[in-house]
Design a protein around this ligand. Sequence first.
Ligand code: NAD
Length: 443
Amino acid sequence: MSKLELLPINIGGEWRLGGGDESASLYPATGEVVGRLRAPSLADVQEAIEKADQAFRTSGWAQKKPHERAAVLHRVAQLIRERAEPLAQLQRLDNGKPISETRALVASAAGTFQFFAAACETMEETITPSRGDFMTMSVYEPMGVVAAITPWNSPIASEAQKLAPALAAGNAVVVKPAEATPLLALELARICEEAGVPKGIVSVLPGRGSVIGDAITKHPLVKRVSFTGGTSTGKHIARIAADKMMPVSLELGGKSATMVLEDADLDHAVNGVLYGIFSSSGESCIAGSRLFVARKLYGDFMERLTAKATALRVGDPADERTQMGPLITAEAKARVESYVAGAEAEGATVVVDGREAKFEGNGFFTGVSLLDHVKTDSKVYLEEIFGPVLAIVRVNSYEEGLQLINDHQFGNGTAIFTRDGGTARSFEFDVEAGMVGINVPIP
Ligand code: NAD
């Protein structure tokens, strides 16, 4: 891919330049431009949605038997696997994650298509109890045009999680990737086309969320939205969906918690906590950004945590040994560092200050930050920072930790480190979170 060439986008199955504003994908490790494109105009959005509706009605995709759609999805999975390395390298450039992480995300995208291909072939419709001399059934039908709106933190995996089930069910899909990371969604659309998804069934419309995303969500032909992103955007989309009486799936922000109890395997817990918060540079909805540690093992735990955190290899995403890459944009770096700057004023102790880490070049790097004595009414504790910042609170008991974990607006994921099976089992039931890890980082 030439760095300077404007990339075509997919408008209703046609690959062409959008009629909107020009935007660029920057390599977060250097700030260099790695892809340029023009966003769609509002007329392009209209055209893509109308063509998607037309393709849904006339291309035969919705009428295919499930096993026929499954065959196409299996081909998508196979093509992703065949191109795994170039896709992982492209994602590294688009998003700045270390190559070890982008390889895993590409593998996960292939697995998602394979999973939904299998679901397509094996899902059963049901004969329901009849209330007369006739047969009644529950059957699955596609909805029509659906929208997939994705964030920038795990491209290709996020898009696959939306595209695969929607395509498996026979829908047409308009994908709206994040402004910062449009490149993988475009590649995925090419792969879908090559695998046999009919023209017009998949469109990719990158661009500003408040313009392009809004226009897609409000469009009367869009029958459902699957959204992953920030909580305030999710609320906005939910309001539009309510006005349209449209179902919507929302996967939103987080401030996930980890608890380390007195009887935990210390080194194992330290590794789990580090992975939970610093993988993906903390730019993850399930980043374990709140940590509750039993007061009795605090000294030992902090000593090991600090030593290992400061030894993490932060830097070049192309280096296979790198454990943490840059943040997504210069704005993200400024936002994350402003939370660290404000932490002391809020009463926290900055044990490790990510702002002090030195990096060469113009990348959007920051180091890891550990905040001790964090107050539970402070901004760094309450708000999603979406960066490599760990807020640490000491607790006197399991019960105190549990209450603090549950008494928070976010509940995406949580993890506990303990050798006591009974406590772990109770935690699984008592904690209010979507995912629970026991002696593993938030899954
Ligand atoms: P964001 O909400 O700013 O953007 C997400 C997507 O929505 C982007 O494609 C954006 O262009 C689009 N968008 C923005 N405004 C819109 C509007 N008015 N109408 C329609 N679309 C609009 O979020 P982000 O900064 O890209 O991602 C970070 C957030 O995503 C974090 O809060 C993170 O926790 C969350 N996230 C959640 C999950 C999950 O599974 N729960 C996974 C990944 C990220």
